[in-house]
Design a protein around this ligand. Structure first.
Ligand code: NAD
Length: 476
């Protein structure tokens, strides 16, 4: 049993009614347990954040930057333990767990820099009208609730925590019940750095704890990353209180491959976009649009590469892909395999769970998937790729945009002018040209349409935790 809630600078036992099992998905077995936070502990966390706010928002930005640099350094010092824990609890291959840690470190470093630049953003506004001066103040939004999923636990939390603390907000973080131990590192680091009590609070729990936080009337904003179904509940609680909300939701993103591509290179990008993190990425490029002229050469090659991926336990084997992270996700992906069989889809690779202990599925490819298939339209969140052929650039753009989601897309073409033109026409938040899943902290993250509201990362990620105030003075 682990003590896992960090409230007002103290580690406390959970007093909720849910017992949370922390699992090793490669074995399908628990390795730790903890009690969820109770509703009254969520109240205590919000109250602690509220009482810490006046002092924290008055610190000078360079002091907050020093804490953020401390987070980056201390994450690096905990590298081996954090990589091992992500491998064990998420089932991530080592190199992916390393990338996540490096991403979190880069995020804290970047927002330390932006925090240092904050004083220069509070500046005089030139006015056309005579007789007045005006100045801008960028103020912290206040007490912020942060609710995150399990697929990139260190990263999704860093993308919220670092800009929120940089802006001068105080926070209550609720990690996913699937990966509740990993983000404890942020509490331990806060302790080690002497971050003032209450600036960062962590409450663990399932839906009940998340709902207690998102419904809490002591928050000034809520930032949520997760599924569309929970996101819409979170938006309802924000609307009930007329309070701002950021939503980073699901995706069903396209990868468009034109016939001037090198086949092997295109296959490498396609496979990475669907097999990293066992396809459990909001940004998985799970809809492959392949041009007629290259499809017959590319699809058999893609089939062979998918079939030869090494799938196994990252802690004991050299693997390209680990298990799915939870049993619920494994059952969900298996249900899509059954749907595909029911729909009579043509399966070129995989299409089944692996016959071994743990929550493994085979990398899967369906071809000529009808546009109205559930597998083409719904987010599966596993290594399941659906392919369709296209003839013209216009058709590719129309099919890629024909989705209720709009998170990301990848465009593969040797004709860079065309690739840029297609990128401009895609209705998504981020497009990769001849690359895959490359997320830099300076660029934005977030989607259009059903993929959410708002942006993380870059200066936009900081703005999400700032309120703009102007002070206008009459000179007369
Ligand atoms: P989820 O929506 O089930 O859970 C997300 C978080 O919400 C968890 O902490 C959970 O405990 C909490 N929660 C559950 N019920 C709640 C409620 N009623 N009120 C408040 N909180 C509640 O999502 P998940 O399965 O953890 O993650 C997978 C989803 O996250 C996918 O849809 C994926 O696309 C999305 N995601 C999006 C991004 C992005 O940046 N757009 C990044 C990662 C994951």
């Amino acid at each position: 049993m682990t003590t896992s809630h960090y409230i007002a600078g103290h580690w406390v036992e959970g007093q909720g009614s849910d017992c949370i099992s922390v699992n090793d998905p490669a074995l399908g077995q628990p390795f730790a347990e903890l009690m969820a936070a109770s509703v009254s502990q969520v109240d205590q966390a919000v109250a602690a954040a509220r009482s810490a706010l006046p002092a924290w928002k008055s610190t000078c930005a360079s002091e907050r930057a020093a804490f953020l640099r401390g987070f980056a350094e201390q994450l690096g010092q905990r590298r081996e333990a954090l990589v091992a824990l992500q491998m064990r609890n998420n089932g991530k291959p080592r190199h992916e767990a390393e990338i996540d840690l490096d991403d979190a470190i880069a995020t804290f470093g970047y927002y330390a820099e932006l925090a240092e630049q904050l004083p220069s953003k509070n500046r005089t506004v030139p006015l056309a009208a005579p007789g007045f001066t005006a100045r801008t103040r960028l103020e912290p939004v206040g007490v912020v609730g942060l609710i995150v999923p399990w697929n990139f636990p260190l990263v999704t939390s860093a993308w919220k925590l670092a800009p929120a603390l940089a802006a001068g907000c105080t926070v209550v973080l609720k990690p996913s019940e699937v990966t509740p131990l990993i983000e404890q590192a942020y509490g331990q680091i806060a302790d080690a750095l002497g971050l003032p009590a209450g600036v960062l609070n962590i409450v663990n729990g399932k839906a009940e704890t998340g709902a207690a936080l998102s419904n809490h009337n002591g928050l000034d904003k809520l930032s949520f990353t997760g599924s569309n179904s929970v996101g819409s509940q979170v938006m309802r609680s924000a609307s009930a209180q007329c309070r701002p909300v950021t939503l980073e939701l699901g995706g069903k993103s396209a990868i468009v491959v034109f016939d001037d591509c090198d086949v092997d290179q295109a296959v490498e990008w396609i496979v990475a976009g669907i097999s990293w993190n066992a396809g459990q990425m909001c940004s998985a490029t799970s809809r492959l649009l392949v041009q007629d002229g290259i499809a017959d050469a590319l699809l058999p090659r893609l089939q062979a590469v998918l079939e030869n991926l090494r799938v196994g336990n990252p802690l004991t084997e050299e693997v390209d892909m680990g298990p799915l992270t939870s049993q619920a996700q494994w059952l969900k992906v298996a249900s899509y395999f059954a749907t595909a069989r029911g729909e009579g889809l043509q399966c070129l690779a995989g299409g089944h769970a692996l016959d071994r202990e743990g929550w493994f599925v085979s990398p899967t490819l369906y071809t000529d998937v009808p546009k109205d298939s559930r597998l083409w339209t719904e987010e599966i969140f596993g290594p399941v790729l659906c392919a369709r052929r296209f003839a013209t650039e216009e058709q590719a753009i129309a099919e890629a945009n024909d989705s209720r989601f709009g998170l990301v897309a990848t465009v593969c073409s040797a004709d860079l002018e065309r690739a840029e033109r297609v990128a401009d026409a895609l209705e998504v938040g981020h497009v990769w040209i001849n690359s895959v899943q490359a997320v830099f902290v300076e660029t934005s993250w977030g989607g259009t349409k059903g993929s959410g509201i708002g942006r993380e990362l870059g200066p936009w990620g900081l703005s999400a935790y700032q309120s703009v105030k102007h002070v206008t003075r009459c000179l007369g």
